[in-house]
Design a protein around this ligand. Sequence first.
Ligand SMILES: Cc1cc2nc3c(=O)[nH]c(=O)nc-3n(C[C@H](O)[C@H](O)[C@H](O)COP(=O)(O)O)c2cc1C
Length: 344
Amino acid sequence: MSDIGLRQLDELWARGCDFLGSQYAILGGAMSWISERHLVSAISNGGGFGILACGSMSPELLDAEIKATQALTSKPFGVNLITMHPNLDQLIDVCGANKVGHVVLAGGLPSAQSIRTAKDFGAKVVCFAPALIIAKKLIRSGADALIIEGAEAGGHIGPVATSVLAQEILPEMASQLPVFVAGGIGRGEAIVSYLDMGAAGVQLGTRFVCAEECVAHPKFKQAFLRASARDAQPTVQIDPAFPVIPVRALVNKGTQRFAQFQGEVIARWRNGEVEQKAAQLEIEHFWAGALRRAVVDGDVENGSVMAGQSVGLVTKEQSTSDIIQELVAQAVVGLDARSPRKIA
Ligand SMILES: Cc1cc2nc3c(=O)[nH]c(=O)nc-3n(C[C@H](O)[C@H](O)[C@H](O)COP(=O)(O)O)c2cc1C
């Protein structure tokens, strides 16, 4: 790893590092049940920027988790809140009471009011922009930074690939506010490519699941180590009349059963045995608690093993700090390879 390459990298993501207050502009994307105190503090202590996943936690649980994370790191970290949480306002208050520096609002378009409330207590607010028009709206609503996440990512996904979103959004938005790119990033060279396009930094989730500090069940980690990119597929929807929110996860008995289950429910609807609304709810409830079953209980056959396509690049369990250093070293090697010294 050359000093010149490292300095180039420092320059390329300086804006992201300033915004986050971290050494490297690598966000550890929030993952429900996974991004808790241990992984989050390890990412921040390793020079990245950890993000706690609030998920469905109560305000009291979130308060305890933030305090526990603060006890494990003096470095900055963020909190990811899901906008449809019934107690969103209280969760924002909990972040304020604990002086959380960065709040990430995920899972739908946040209201200008939620953004303002978080900013009023001094937090920087980061929002997901799945399209250019939404990016512009979020800026008007006061977002301080954006994450663009492509369909290669693990968990809930939109339809557009990271590479296309980056081309659509970075040239227009990167001069206005820091934009972080997520989805399908597993190596440092890919990080450099998005920084080159104007990104302030990147967000990775899948790559951190097999960190030693990650509390995910050993069977969840083994499933990651065995899987290749093509095993991480979006949920199948069998009838457009019954929309399914796409989630990218490893194919298992659960995903196969889900397709069958949709068929059974839709057949009952066609026979007049169940109303459309009730049938839709049955389909939506199929996966309730399924991520927890896989991550916490280790039921990787029937639970939801959410994973991005970069799962194929996860080949061993490593310390969080090793993962971050590996990404940085690959980024520097990528930068070194194109320096004029080598071309000459
Ligand atoms: C197991 C898992 C759970 C996730 N849970 C959440 C979540 O609760 N909230 C959220 O905003 N994103 C969630 N994500 C998305 C990540 O924060 C991150 O944006 C994504 O993993 C980046 O893409 P990658 O998987 O290709 O690295 C999850 C991803 C995974 C793999």
